[in-house]
Write a protein that binds this ligand. Structure first.
Ligand SMILES: NC(=O)c1ccc[n+]([C@@H]2O[C@H](COP(=O)([O-])OP(=O)(O)OC[C@H]3O[C@@H](n4cnc5c(N)ncnc54)[C@H](O)[C@@H]3O)[C@@H](O)[C@H]2O)c1
Length: 427
């Protein structure tokens, strides 16, 4: 099945020529939107998530937000055509470099599979754009790429919002303030979890056409990017979430949603160690409902992580797709323990309990919950005012690396270390 790895240099030559061609002049070309300026948006990746982003953007425009979707890009022509018709974009292409060359694109949405996010974000930054990129910032194989994205954002002045929409909830800023005020004393531990019954859509991904094949309407070579090469299969293309070369499973797809806000709340940087255990515990061969699914799943359904940070702080992060019960609040909200108190985010409130007898010493309402439309509107506002979004690349790079270490730890059933002096994962 597997043929040779695409050489990284060849990959860059083939797929990142635009960035080289545009050079520094384009990088600094245009970063001066006014507060009411009309923003022109290019969409790269017009599948399920790209489609919901298009819906949100069209709705925002209806509500008076000054924006147009001017260009669309997808490696599968039927989806590209559908997006072009829906958005009335003036330009459509199967090559993201061609979209990035356009002067009528200010902001780029990237909703491609995980292994393309980092490269396309860097290309877009180099082309002078602001970027909303879906999580995770990079695929788990691509160690060090998230840091390159953060660096490129810093160098170019381009804005990057990473699509962890949970960051639009006020609870995390409120919790951060309470912790900074000393309400729980020195934080020592946080517990998070991701419990659900069944899959999160990974095997439900639509195979639009079971007879689709590589050619002028489907660019298999481009889709694969820096992946080890495989024979084409509609499943690998349309259900890329099931395969380790293109996806990381629950950790990079789901845990990252609550880890990003947790890192923001607690100011977490890079860990020292990540230990992981897990595997395919629910969807074992005898339990898997359909034979195709049985053959294709490479990603785990159960992942348990222990993450250690410098300064004696630990996070436990457990989860399974076999049972949705949770002990407190929703299934992803953290419990943050300190020497003096425990902070709970759940339901409508944030509560602080004393650490010895669990007596409630503080309660306040969560001012506003998760709002994806607001998350977009706030980012467009940032693009106009040049304010940094909360869910930016600098915050996300260490989170992304921690999640990469988590995937590596679970896949290899081992402890992965981070070298703080050399600033790199010891793989
Ligand atoms: N934040 C959220 O709540 C949320 C929800 C769903 C998905 N997502 C993220 O959105 C991303 C896309 O997920 P999806 O469910 O829409 O997948 P999808 O397969 O439905 O869509 C991906 C699209 O990208 C296209 N594509 C692949 N490689 C490309 C390339 N190199 N250039 C241009 N187009 C390319 C594919 O043809 C496909 O249409 C994933 O990273 C996923 O994690 C986030």
């Amino acid at each position: 099945m597997e043929s040779s790895n695409l050489n990284r240099r060849q990959f860059h030559k083939t797929f990142s020529s635009t960035s080289i061609a545009l050079g520094m002049s384009a990088i600094t070309a245009k970063r001066s939107q006014g507060a009411n300026d009309r923003l022109r948006i290019g969409v790269i990746g017009c599948g399920g998530r790209g489609g919901s982003h298009i819906g949100m953007l069209l709705k925002l425009r209806e509500q008076g937000n000054a924006l147009d979707i001017t260009a669309v890009c997808d490696t599968y022509r039927p989806r590209l055509q559908q997006a072009a018709e829906r958005t009335h974009a003036v330009f459509s292409t199967m090559k993201h470099e061609e979209l990035l060359e356009r002067s009528d694109v200010d902001v780029v949405l990237i909703a491609t599979p995980e292994h393309w996010h980092g490269y396309q974000t860097i290309d877009a930054l180099k082309a002078g754009k602001d970027i909303y990129v879906e999580k995770p910032l990079t695929h788990w194989r691509q160690l060090g790429l998230a840091e390159k994205v953060a660096e490129a954002a810093k160098q170019s002045g381009g804005l990057v919002q990473v699509g962890c929409q949970r960051m639009s909830c006020s609870a995390y800023t409120q919790a951060k303030e309470l912790i900074q005020k000393g309400m729980i004393g020195k934080p020592v531990m946080a517990e998070t979890g991701y419990f659900r019954f069944g899959d999160w859509g990974e095997r439900g991904m639509s195979i639009d056409d079971p007879n689709a094949h590589p050619g002028p309407d489907l660019d298999w070579e481009r889709f694969q990017g820096d992946c080890p090469r495989h024979e084409f299969s509609v499943s690998r293309y349309f259900r890329w979430r099931m395969y380790a070369d293109t996806a990381g499973g629950p950790i990079s797809d789901n845990y990252i949603h609550f880890y990003n806000p947790l890192a923001y709340t607690l100011g977490l940087g890079y860990p020292t160690k990540v230990a992981g255990l897990g595997g395919i515990h629910r969807y074992t061969l005898d339990q898997a409902p359909d034979p195709v699914y049985r053959q294709e799943r490479e990603i785990p359904d159960t992942c348990n992580l222990v993450i250690e940070y410098p300064d004696r702080f630990t996070v436990t992060c457990s989860g399974t797709q076999a049972n949705a019960f949770t002990t407190y609040g929703s299934n992803e909200t953290p419990i943050i323990r300190g020497w003096d108190g425990t902070l709970l985010i759940g339901g409508q409130d944030i509560r602080v309990l004393k650490s010895d007898d669990s007596k409630e010493i503080h309660r306040e309402p969560i001012q506003h919950g998760i709002d994806q439309m607001k998350f977009w509107a706030d980012f467009l506002d940032c693009c106009r005012t040049r304010k940094q979004p909360l869910s930016n690349a600098a915050l996300s790079a260490p989170v992304n690396t921690t999640m990469q270490m988590g995937v590596m730890a679970v896949n290899g059933e081992r402890v992965i270390r981070y070298d703080h002096e050399q600033k790199r994962v010891i793989a």
